[in-house]
Design a protein around this ligand. Structure first.
Ligand code: HEM
Ligand code: HEM
Length: 253
């Protein structure tokens, strides 16, 4: 049957998901098959942070389980020194970038605040946490659409990443301060962490060590979920953290 609608007839107002997407988007498109979500600060932070964490986990693991002694004169070898140096350098970059990320939550777009502000007061949000859990467990047939993080990702990022990061930075700098000596300004600034944890440096090492495994656990699940959702969900994921744009695969509600 021929299409009888004239070309210049007013288009019906969609009133559905995409209109809300347009309202919520930072840079609205006339028809939002894509939405700008993660601004430059969030993306830069994400990838620098990921690199630092890989370096910190590899070097941290080696600090805790040192390689066997290398042959030759001690004065000709500095392997463990380099391992520690890379750990401390990556730790300092990680900490400065985390501070930058906190500032970016204030200066970036509203998606930049999601990481720090899971809306735990909202009943609807908790329902969607449960829904997403069921979706990840293959108990729901159809996924929902999200512009920013889905609620399950958000709660995982807050509890298994943001809180452990704070612990790792404070315990890391406390251990570093101890290495610099109790007379150092490092110790004046971070020494209190050791006393707050009972005054036992060994326990601070243990907390720092366990924190690494929490972050490794988070990262493994996170990368699995990012790639899985890129394939199975109705929106782009990995390319969104590269370009900033979220692409939707369909225009259904
Ligand atoms: C050590 C490694 C990593 C850590 C600690 C990490 C951590 C995070 C965090 C905290 C966020 C939230 C960003 C924000 O709101 O500011 C995030 C988002 C994201 N990450 Fe990673 N990430 C890592 C590696 C990766 C890798 C290798 C990929 C790609 C395969 C990836 C893909 C993503 C994606 C797609 C998002 C956005 C998710 C969404 O749009 O809801 N991440 N990551
Ligand atoms: C994701 C972040 C981090 C991870 C995964 C990590 C991992 C580790 C691990 C596993 C250890 C060995 C602990 C032990 O069993 O004794 C360690 C030691 C240490 N880390 Fe970290 N760390 C992180 C962040 C930091 C930061 C931000 C600093 C601050 C500069 C730091 C400074 C140190 C220091 C000073 C030691 C002790 C070195 C030694 O005893 O020779 N770490 N780290």
């Amino acid at each position: 049957m021929a299409d009888t609608t004239p070309d210049d007839a007013p288009k019906p107002k969609r009133g559905g998901f995409f209109d809300r997407v347009v309202d919520d988007a930072t840079e609205a498109e006339s028809v939002a098959a894509k939405v700008f979500v993660y601004d430059g600060g969030v993306r830069l932070w994400h990838w620098v942070n990921a690199l630092c964490i890989v370096i910190l986990c590899v070097t941290g693991y080696l600090i805790a389980s040192p390689p066997p002694s290398v042959p030759g004169e001690a004065s000709e070898n500095f392997l463990f020194g380099y391992i520690r140096m890379f750990h401390f350098a990556a730790g300092q970059v990680l900490a400065v970038m985390f501070l930058f990320r906190i500032i970016w939550a204030f200066v970036g777009n509203h998606h930049a605040r999601q990481l720090f502000l899971p809306p735990v007061w909202s009943g609807q949000w908790w329902k969607e946490v449960l829904f997403e859990f069921r979706w990840y467990a293959f108990l729901e047939p159809d996924p929902k659409k999200y512009i920013g993080h889905n609620p399950l990702a958000q709660i995982a990022m807050f509890t298994l990443f943001v809180i452990p990061m704070v612990v790792m930075i404070f315990t890391g700098f406390a251990l570093y301060a101890e290495g610099q000596g109790t007379e150092s300004w490092w110790f004046a600034v971070f020494g209190w962490v050791i006393f707050a944890l009972g005054g036992n440096s060994f326990f601070v090492h243990t907390v720092h060590h366990v924190g690494m495994w929490v972050i490794i656990l988070f990262t493994m699940v996170h990368i699995y979920a990012a790639i899985r959702e890129d394939i199975m969900s109705r929106q782009s994921l990995v390319s969104t953290m590269i370009s900033g744009w979220r692409y939707f695969k369909d225009d259904k509600e």
